[in-house]
Structures are given as structure tokens and as C-alpha cells.
Design a protein around this ligand. Structure first.
Ligand code: ZN
Length: 144
């Protein structure tokens, strides 16, 4: 009995820590450049899938290079665990439709994805303010 109780406590505590971490996840610095006025939709085929650490090493972020005609577009998606949670797999050769805000970061163009569509299923990632759907957003719509 004692063992079982300890186990339950451990589970509850573990989940508590996990969800706390999710809510405090920091973003890439460039995420503040998200602008609804630069939102566009691009179609393409995944050329590379990269998992990179955010600058504060807070989470692993999925980045894609999407081939669209002659162009290669870099797409910033979101945390690897979020995609796992949504069972949304992205791999080389997948045909996607990505909607997101096109920004320039370190002289490179990059799209911050709002949603990704693959084979008719849609993965929503951010709202129209660019707030990630996997965490509480601190970007306030009311200026202060
Ligand atoms: Zn990223």
C-alpha cells in the first residue's frame, strides 16, 4: 500500500513539473517579429527536418526546409513534444501546405508557422497574434 501511495504521489508531482515547464517555455527571440500582415500560405515538399535547441536550451524546436518550386523556405514549427502529442509526423518528402508569417531573421527569410496541413489533416500552431497554442501567451493584446 505504501508503495502504491508513493507511486501516485510521484505521478502527480511529475505531471505538475511537466506542465509547469510547458507553461514557462521561452520562445525564440525572433518570434516577436510575428506579424499577421505578413502571413501567407506556401506549398512544398519537406527537404530537411531539423531539431534545434532554442537559445536558452529550453526546448527542441522543429525546423523545416520546404522546397517550393525553385525556392527553399525555412519554416519554424514548434516544440518536438507538441508534435508528438498531436501525433503529427513530419519527414523528408512530405507534401505540406504551411500558413505563417514571413519574417527576416539574421538576414534570412523564415516563416513562423501558424498552421501546417498535411494529407488533409491540420496542425494548428499559433493564433493570429503569433501566440503558440502549447503555452500561455504573454503577448497582451492591450498595450500597457
Ligand atoms: Zn524554432
Amino acid at each position: 500500500m505504501k508503495k502504491a501511495r508513493l507511486f501516485v504521489w510521484f505521478i502527480a508531482f511529475g505531471i505538475g513539473i511537466l506542465s509547469a515547464q510547458k507553461n514557462t517555455s521561452k520562445l525564440h527571440l525572433f518570434e516577436t517579429k510575428f506579424d499577421i500582415n505578413t502571413v501567407e500560405t506556401v506549398n512544398g515538399v519537406i527537404h530537411t527536418v531539423e531539431t534545434i535547441l532554442t537559445s536558452d536550451k529550453d526546448y527542441c524546436c522543429i525546423h523545416l526546409q520546404l522546397e517550393n518550386n525553385e525556392d527553399k523556405v525555412n519554416i519554424h514549427v514548434g516544440p518536438d513534444w507538441y508534435l508528438e502529442e498531436k501525433r503529427f509526423e513530419l519527414k523528408r518528402g512530405d507534401v505540406l501546405q504551411v500558413t505563417g508569417s514571413r519574417i527576416i531573421h539574421e538576414r534570412k527569410e523564415l516563416i513562423i508557422a501558424m498552421q501546417i496541413e498535411k494529407n488533409g489533416s491540420i496542425l494548428p500552431l499559433r493564433d493570429e497574434r503569433g501566440c503558440p497554442l502549447w503555452q500561455e501567451c504573454r503577448k497582451d493584446s492591450t498595450p500597457n
